[in-house]
Design a protein around this ligand. Structure first.
Ligand code: PMP
Length: 314
């Protein structure tokens, strides 16, 4: 067995169907359509600990909840929790576990119980909060290869919704990358242009321009991608969304892979061809610093993206 590389540090409590319960009590039926037919959508968020303020901040909670409502609407979940309910549950989960370190939050909504493929209810949900450090590759970067798998199409299994079913495609890409001894895969869409990686979006630098595939390239409309575009434009960079050809990856002087979990991971090479010197690039480093300041509440422009978890002491 090749085990997963994530530390299995179980949280004490989960928020399960709206209530705080011991983690091990949060269980769904083995016949739940959320499991048997992937009738499930989810979100992954990060909360960052600010030691000076002794405060935990959830980054872009509202944006994640909007995307979750969209995903639930597309798969036609019946009477699911509202954004306000989920917002409260995220805070409940973080407080119940007394989270005081960098934390990853998964919210899921699924069809529970027993039912056919197109069952739309009963809807179950959970919020799980667990400690999660920054990935090591944030510092070191990773080598990537273009995957032999193609991205699932918008008219088949739309990547724009964050559905568990879409992660079969991502899993195949990840397994292939591991088998081939590379750090990560880059997925082309049916048109042969770059879509994204299995769990994050791709940016490259050519000349002075920062380039990322458009939202029509078969990507999840990533919240980190939007943050990076905003940060880059704040820094006066020319940041564009346009189709990226496979061999443009080889021409790039630098590049990175980004998402909530990965944050910003430098791409060192693609298909064995070094990007620039094969070290994390200067623009990538600048954007990593800017991202870190934004998510940790050290950049006033991004204060409104942060939701404090604990009472603010006056
Ligand atoms: N694409 C895929 C396939 C993902 O799983 C993720 C991670 N959620 C992303 C992109 C990045 O999205 P976000 O920045 O909203 O986390």
């Amino acid at each position: 067995m090749v085990n997963n590389t994530e530390t299995k540090k179980l949280p004490k409590f989960a928020v399960f169907n709206g209530k705080v319960v011991p983690f091990s009590d949060a269980k769904i039926s083995i016949m739940a359509p959320g499991l048997t037919f992937a009738a499930a959508v989810f979100e992954g968020l990060r909360a960052y600990w600010n030691p000076e303020e002794k405060q935990l901040y959830v980054f872009k909670l509202a944006e994640h909840l909007v995307r979750l409502q969209f995903s639930m609407r597309v798969i036609e979940l019946e009477d699911p929790p509202t954004s306000e309910e989920f917002r409260k549950q995220v805070l409940m989960g973080l407080r119940a576990n007394k989270c005081r370190e960098d934390t990853y939050i998964r919210i899921q909504a699924h069809v529970d119980d027993w039912g056919e493929m197109i069952a739309t209810g009963p809807v179950g949900s959970y919020v799980v909060c667990r400690s999660r450090e920054r990935v090591h590759a944030f510092k070191t970067g990773k080598h990537f290869a273009v995957s032999s798998w193609r991205r699932n199409a918008d008219d088949a299994s739309p990547p724009r919704i964050k559905a568990t079913g879409n992660y079969l495609n991502s899993r195949l890409v990840g397994l292939e990358a591991r088998r081939n001894g590379v750090g990560g895969g880059i997925i082309l869409n049916r048109d042969g242009t770059v879509s994204e990686g299995p769990g994050g979006c791709i940016f490259i630098v050519r000349g002075k321009q920062l380039i990322t595939p458009p939202v029509t390239a078969g990507i999840l409309e990533s919240i980190t991608r939007q943050t990076v575009l905003d940060l880059a434009r704040d820094m006066g960079l020319d940041a564009v969304e346009r189709d990226v050809g496979r061999t443009e990856l080889y021409q790039a002087s630098e590049g990175f892979y980004c998402g909530t979990g990965q944050e910003i991971v430098p791409v060192l090479s693609v298909d064995g061809k070094l990007l620039g010197t094969g070290e994390p690039g200067p623009l990538t480093r600048q954007l990593q610093d800017a991202y870190d300041r934004a998510v940790r509440g050290q950049d006033d422009t991004y204060q409104n993206c942060l939701t404090p978890v604990y009472d603010i002491k006056k």
